[in-house]
Write a protein that binds this ligand. Structure first.
Ligand code: AP5
Ligand code: MG
Length: 217
């Protein structure tokens, strides 16, 4: 199954992606996570992406497209993949379509997690992540068992560098101008499915599983 996850920053893409990847046994490929990993390891790609990410802007298409094309041709993607945070521009979506056509492996679903904009800032500013294992929490909606510590490995939780209220506003503007048009793009292609993301995380997961199990399209 080849899936792309659409939705604004804070919609719950990462939260749902982990569950989908486990259930359907496909790799979860988050371009944001790949860039953060490159930043941490101080690679040339990480250095190039840093200024854009810190400002809440998009990394240039050519860098992202090359990264994703390289990743989805790896062996573990033979039976599918879940792309989280890609595509984010129509140019990225067209590149992916051309690439998939060449391989004869079209997308099955574009899952759009729909959340009212008024809820997104609170979700993002309250997010805390584990620097060791990548687990993600929310100080109110999904708190860790011990305040400020990862449930899995006890590491001190941190805030993502781009999760300040100011940067979030830029990210939302960028989403509205660059990425929101993808909803129509995939609707036109006949693979779009909308999911109500304004429910408890487990309820969103059930709705997604229902769709992917063939219950709705
Ligand atoms: P990326 O890491 O993809 O960030 P994003 O799209 O801004 O999305 P987020 O990770 O902030 O949100 P999410 O939807 O994953 O929500 P989450 O599940 O964590 O990208 C970062 C940067 O990298 C970009 O700004 C750009 O610079 C660059 N980049 C990446 N991809 C690129 C591309 N293709 N092209 C160009 N540049 C690219 O949930 C958020 C919070 O809400 C959490 O605290 C969670 O616990 C909570 N939550 C989740 N679900 C619920 C719920 N149902 N109810 C209540 N709370 C919830
Ligand atoms: Mg994410």
């Amino acid at each position: 199954m080849r899936i792309v996850l659409l939705g604004p920053p804070g919609a719950g893409k990462g939260t749902q992606a982990k569950k989908i990847a486990t259930r359907y046994n496909i790799p979860h490929i988050s371009t944001g996570d790949l860039f953060r990993e490159n930043l941490k390891n101080k690679t040339p790609l990480g250095q190039k992406a840093k200024a854009y990410m810190d400002a809440g802007k998009l990394v240039p298409d050519e860098l992202v497209i090359a990264l994703v094309e390289d990743r989805i041709t790896k062996d573990d993607c033979r039976s599918g993949y879940l792309l989280d945070g890609f595509p984010r521009t129509v140019a990225q979506a067209s590149a992916l379509a051309t690439f998939n056509e060449k391989l004869g492996k079209p997308l099955n679903y574009a899952l759009n997690i729909d959340v009212p904009e008024s809820l997104l800032i609170e979700r993002i500013v309250g997010r805390r992540v584990c620097p060791k294992c990548g687990a993600s929490y929310h100080i109110e909606f999904n708190p860790p068992k011990v305040d400020g510590q990862c449930d899995i490995d006890g590491a001190d939780l941190v805030q993502r560098a781009d999760d300040s209220e100011e940067t979030v506003k830029t990210r939302l503007n960028v989403y509205n101008s660059e990425s929101a048009p993808l909803v129509d793009y995939y609707h036109f292609k006949g693979v779009l499915v909308n999911v109500d993301g304004n429910q408890k995380p487990d309820e969103v997961t059930s709705a997604v599983f229902n769709i992917l199990d063939g219950g709705a399209k």
